[in-house]
Design a protein around this ligand. Structure first.
Ligand SMILES: Cc1cc2nc3c(=O)[nH]c(=O)nc-3n(C[C@H](O)[C@H](O)[C@H](O)COP(=O)(O)OP(=O)(O)OC[C@H]3O[C@@H](n4cnc5c(N)ncnc54)[C@H](O)[C@@H]3O)c2cc1C
Length: 133
């Protein structure tokens, strides 16, 4: 996220705060920062909901929510890192930035804990079971 914003014309200070110079920021790049924030926070709320379910009703009852974050979080990370790579141009896939390595790590999670398809299938079955279909 910071990499996307930094390359979008936003200065990221050491403490993590971001000073925005909107006037110098290309509109398309600004849009990627905005879309990244939306995707990241969507995934965060899904994770928070899964954690809440695990704490309150247990892991077994929360298996759909757990499967949902196993799909949503790495897909979100892949998309956000991909945008960061794009705004960095060829530099984004060079060793000058950690983005390519970060992408490989996030991409690996889409099958390391079971392929997306398997989690999606489980979510579908659990969802249909709610309606006795
Ligand atoms: C870094 C890393 C850590 C890992 N850690 C563990 C671990 O701790 N414990 C462990 O048990 N395994 C672990 N694995 C293995 C991982 O679970 C498997 O790689 C994964 O389940 C996919 O199996 P596969 O590689 O044999 O590919 P395949 O089973 O050949 O799957 C290839 C592709 O086929 C599709 N596919 C497969 N099955 C289905 C299905 N049922 N429905 C629809 N499409 C499907 C998917 O697109 C999938 O990506 C790890 C893998 C990596 C890379």
């Amino acid at each position: 996220m910071a990499a996307t914003l930094a390359s979008s014309g936003m200065a990221v200070s050491g403490g993590g705060s971001i000073k925005t110079d909107v006037s110098t920021m290309p509109r398309a790049r600004r849009g990627l920062g905005t879309r990244s924030r939306i995707l990241i926070d969507q995934a965060r709320w899904l994770v928070l909901n899964a954690a809440y379910m695990m704490d309150t009703v247990g892991n077994r009852a929360a298996k759909k929510e757990i499967a949902m974050i196993k799909v949503a979080a790495p897909n979100m990370a892949c998309q956000v890192i991909d945008w960061a790579i794009q705004v960095h141009g060829a530099g984004g896939v060079s060793d000058d930035f950690p983005l390519a390595a970060a992408y490989a790590g996030a991409r690996t999670l889409r099958f390391a804990d079971g392929p997306d398809e398997v989690h999606r299938e489980q979510i579908g079955k659990l969802e249909l079971a709610r309606y006795r279909i």
